[in-house]
Write a protein that binds this ligand. Structure first.
Ligand code: PLP
Length: 400
């Protein structure tokens, strides 16, 4: 009998965390490494949120379990915030507070998927999705997109990938890793198609507030209300309020699905840390001033990064419209001689860039998109310029 269960042995390590760990180890060894790997804002959590947590720490009622699905006032505040920000109206009882958005999507998949079900997963996808889907015995059916469509999937492609085993579509806009944001009419077309097909949709709205230029975020169950009975929304405080370490997210869904997920959570993790819930309450019931400031900084860095990347011969970059990632194609520099090596894949190239230029990027393979790389622009302006300049200088040495 194997020591590790087949289910868990099949899970690959998160490539973004691998790169991050490699970069951190080099840094700890005294190396001057610039990391474009991390998926988190570089800002501290806003003061008023931290203060709410500090106050909660000294109050004994925050030292105990909360109801499994979350503090009632937090569930109500999340329902109110959702109506304010995306226009989706739900009852507080339809909100389940989870240990981050990641936990919400694991619970959503656990609740909705059976072995043999197929899940439509547009690529490039966030690393966690295929693993989470497979863990519950379902099969991720990857629907490929590339730079030619701005990494957005269309109804015809989805239809072609659908079988009588298809249960659910994963929809992420703004997208990690590509930064793609679906315009309202495309959200509507996909939502109507899914509703017409009787499919479920898991819509990941964690980057809802990080959109730039003329791009606008649209929530699928708002644009297509008839989908509401088969739609689960995943969200959290991590990216909007620079709160990745506090681990608070949530899922919103139809009452029967949320009730079933609450039953699951009651045995698995009980409630989210009480003090973290107090912090999240301050975040979601407060204003959006801090995220407006972060967005302005991310926008400036986004434009700088795209400009610098596009200036590198062999690199092309679709303009990201949301989240905080650029997703350039590095195909034009693959297969060339560079410092005695000839990187043939974006994985090999990322390794060489880390070793030779001390810059960490995440290879596209991690997102089901060989030939590309993901660079987070959630880091300081100076480091951003220095990091991309180092890559440019290294690649300038490459020869056919
Ligand atoms: N969804 C997407 C698309 C993400 O990029 C992330 C984090 O990187 C999450 C969900 C989960 O965020 P968290 O678990 O930190 O709330």
């Amino acid at each position: 009998m194997p020591r590790i269960s087949r289910r868990v042995a099949g899970i690959a390590e998160s490539a973004t965390l691998v790169i991050d760990a490699k970069a951190k180890a080099l840094k700890a060894a005294g190396e001057d490494v610039i990391g474009f790997g991390a998926g988190e804002p570089d800002f501290p959590t806003p003061r008023h949120i931290v203060e709410a947590a500090v106050a909660a720490c000294s109050e004994p009622r925050y030292h105990h379990y909360t109801p499994g699905p979350g503090l009632p006032e937090l569930r109500a505040a999340i329902a109110a915030k959702t109506a304010r920000d995306s226009g989706l109206r739900v009852e507080p009882s339809q909100v389940l507070v989870t240990n981050g958005g990641k936990h919400a999507l694991f619970e959503a998949f656990a609740t909705l998927l059976d072995p043999g079900d197929e899940v439509l997963l547009p690529s490039p996808y966030w690393v966690t999705y295929p693993e989470a889907i497979s863990l519950f015995g379902a099969e991720p059916v990857v629907v490929e997109t590339d730079k030619s469509t701005g990494f957005r999937v269309g109804v015809a492609q989805l239809e072609a990938a659908t079988t009588d085993r298809t249960k659910l579509l994963v929809f992420v806009s703004p997208s990690n890793p590509t930064g793609a944001v679906y315009p309202r009419e495309e959200v509507e077309a996909i939502g109507r198609w899914a509703a017409g097909r009787g499919l479920w949709v898991l819509t990941d709205e964690i980057y809802e507030h990080l959109v730039y230029g003329t791009a606008e975020f649209s929530s699928m169950p708002v644009v297509v209300p008839e989908l509401s009975d088969r739609c689960v929304v995943v969200n959290g405080v991590a990216k909007t309020y620079a709160m990745t370490g506090w681990r608070v997210g949530w899922m919103i869904g139809p009452p029967d699905v949320v009730k079933a997920a609450i039953n699951l959570q009651s045995h698995a993790t009980s409630n989210v840390a009480n003090v973290s819930q107090a912090a999240a309450l301050a975040a979601v019931s407060g204003d959006l001033v801090a995220v407006d400031e972060m967005r302005a900084a991310f926008d400036r860095r986004r434009r700088k990064m795209v400009e610098l990347l596009r200036a590198i011969p062999g690199v092309t970059c679709v303009e990201p419209e949301g989240a905080f990632y650029a997703f350039p194609s590095v195909e034009g520099v693959l297969g060339r001689e560079l410092r005695g090596r000839r990187p043939a894949t974006s994985m090999e190239l990322a390794d060489l860039i880390l070793e030779e230029a001390r810059v960490a990027i995440v290879p596209g393979e991690a997102f089901g998109a060989p030939g590309y790389a993901r660079l987070s622009y959630a880091l300081g302006d100076d480091d951003l310029v220095e990091g991309v300049t180092r890559i440019a200088k290294l690649l300038a040495e490459s020869r056919p």
